[in-house]
Design a binder for this molecule. Structure first.
Ligand SMILES: [Zn+2]
Length: 136
């Protein structure tokens, strides 16, 4: 039985999933794969500037595990920049944290990724009154 990889909780799905050096055909490039969990670690720590304790809590991993994920992400991105490789962002075991929404008028319920902005109205009836049922 293979070892099951731990699931990483992320708040965001990567917008772009592929980067490559300009002017080099893909067929002649080596590719490095960044997992969605590693991408999330960089997003929380490098872009949003969260302390590692807080970023680790959001991804529901230990501080040590978070540091390891972040180091691996940095190493992979550096490898691409330095050695001119293509970078893809995909895969790994991950779950996108959802926020549960419910319309107070018609009762329509739906989910959005937790870091998406709250909608201004219900997609079903157009009511501006929306309840959130966040489970933290
Ligand atoms: Zn509604």
């Amino acid at each position: 039985m293979g070892r099951r990889r731990r699931c990483r909780w992320v708040g965001y799905r990567p917008v772009a999933q592929f980067y490559k050096p300009r002017g080099v055909p893909l067929s002649s490039l080596e590719q490095v794969r960044l997992t969605v969990g590693e991408f999330e670690a960089m997003r929380l720590s490098d872009l949003k500037g969260l302390h590692q304790e807080e970023a680790a809590r959001r991804m529901r991993v230990s501080r040590q595990t978070f540091g390891r994920i972040l180091n691996e992400a940095h190493r992979k991105v550096a490898e691409c920049f330095v050695e001119g490789k293509a970078l893809s962002i995909e895969g790994g075991n991950y779950a996108i944290m959802q926020r549960n929404l419910e319309c107070s008028d018609c009762g329509f319920a739906w989910e959005i990724p937790i870091e998406f902005p709250l909608p201004s109205c219900c997609p079903e009836c157009g009511s501006p009154i929306i309840r959130t049922g966040d489970k933290s």
